[in-house]
Design a protein around this ligand. Structure first.
Ligand SMILES: O=P(O)(O)OC[C@H]1O[C@H](O[C@H]2O[C@H](CO)[C@@H](O)[C@H](O)[C@H]2O)[C@H](O)[C@@H](O)[C@@H]1O
Length: 381
């Protein structure tokens, strides 16, 4: 591990910042900042951050070579398998960390910013609560994570917002006191178990804005299952209001053909659209509904529609989580945390490297709110 001083200039404000960054092959930690980023949100919204360099830096980070490159980059399973960093890559990584510091390193500032406000937690599932694995049916979260989320939900209203079908994600988490928004927010259900945050109005809350698409989604699912039979490793997942076609176990040489096959099916259905996730293509209704809208809907259901005293924290790792990060920036409330080991273009304000860091961050929130709930002090893994 080496320490490097990085000076980053904001051309708009003329502010120069100098940070010390500890760099190893697999980790980058901002250790000191002469002028730390302003406390978060009441200002996840651009205001708190130096906006210039983010765009500039990320322009340079853009992956070339079309969607295959971007698909590959969407989900580097092992950081060790990434090409080794050049000095200029190092600079980009360091700059990115400056603008998206670790939520763990900024914990005290985050708590300070939330003072007097109700924290509401939004958690993505895959890649956030559970590690990315090859078989989507085996993306189990650890028992320790489950216990942590349970404690978290006794401290703050907590919602799971996932691309998966709601029943499946519930099957992995099995906590009835949470709100669940499955199918990228198109299938929202309130807690079935009473909790101090469950409002009477949420008794039996169920919201499915894309229900008329169900027959169409089923039809397309059957077609895709048939088509994908000839591609070893391809997997089609029915997520109720959307469909995932998984590439992770398909030979990269076949990715283009497979994508063409998916497109050829979807083009017959103008009411459906194709989006991209982590080594997955997703087919979903064209309705204007996404994880960001789900977040707003849930805040409203919780009674925080027009409140200034709410502090939503959204943690996610995927492109689809960007819609929620963006909503928080636009509302200038709370903030987003991107789970990523590598720099990505994001509307999130902070970063965490992997689910184990997410768990540690959640434990610290619990410990701060109700120290008695944690027998031992959380320790960083
Ligand atoms: O919104 P999320 O909860 O993050 O769900 C997004 C997709 O996650 C799953 O796929 C991803 O995780 C799999 C298991 O680790 C991995 O094999 C796959 O390559 C990833 O794309 C899930 O299977 C999808 O249906 C979700 O849409």
């Amino acid at each position: 591990m080496t320490n490097q001083n990085v000076v980053v200039s904001d051309t708009k404000s003329g502010i120069n910042m100098s940070i010390t960054v500890a760099v190893s092959n697999s980790s980058i930690f901002a250790t000191t900042a002469q002028k730390p980023p302003p406390a978060p949100g009441g200002g996840g919204g651009g205001g708190g951050y130096i906006s210039i360099s983010r765009k500039k830096i990320l322009k340079d980070l853009d992956v070339n070579g079309g969607w295959i490159e971007s698909m590959r980059a969407s989900s580097p399973t092992h950081v060790k398998s990434l090409p080794s960093l050049s000095a200029s890559d190092d600079h980009h990584q360091n700059s990115w960390m400056l603008h998206h510091p670790s939520a763990l390193d900024m914990f005290d500032q985050i708590i300070e910013a939330s003072k007097g406000k109700q924290i509401v937690m939004f958690l993505d599932y895959d890649g956030t609560l559970s590690p990315i694995v090859e078989d989507p049916d085996k993306a189990f979260m650890s028992e320790a994570m489950r216990k942590t989320v349970k404690k978290l939900a006794s401290c703050f209203p907590t919602a799971i917002v996932s691309g998966r079908c709601r029943d499946k994600v519930y099957g992995f988490i099995r906590l009835a006191e949470l709100y669940y928004a499955g199918s990228h927010g198109m299938d929202i259900k309130g807690p079935t178990k009473s909790s101090k945050f469950k409002k009477a109005v949420n008794q039996g809350l169920l919201f499915q804005p894309a229900s008329e698409f169900l027959p169409m989604i089923d039809e397309v699912y059957q077609q895709l299952v048939e088509k994908m039979k000839s591609t070893p490793g391809a997997k089609v997942e029915n997520n109720k209001f959307c469909i995932s076609v998984h590439f992770r176990c398909v030979d990269e040489k076949q990715w283009n053909d497979l994508a063409q096959e998916v497109k050829s099916v979807v083009k017959e259905y103008p009411m459906l659209r194709l989006t991209q996730g982590r080594k997955v293509l997703e087919i979903r209704p064209t309705i204007k509904w996404d994880k960001g809208k789900a977040l707003e809907f849930l805040l409203e259901s919780l009674g925080y529609a027009n409140c200034s005293d709410v502090f939503p924290i959204y943690i996610g790792d995927d492109r689809t989580d960007e819609d929620a990060f963006k909503v928080l920036r636009e509302r200038n409330q709370g903030f987003g945390i991107l789970v990523s080991k590598i720099p990505k273009d994001t509307h999130a304000s902070y970063s965490l490297r992997e689910p184990s860091e997410v768990m540690y961050f959640l434990q610290r929130l619990v410990q701060w709110k109700r120290p008695s709930l944690l027998r031992r002090r959380p320790c960083r893994v």
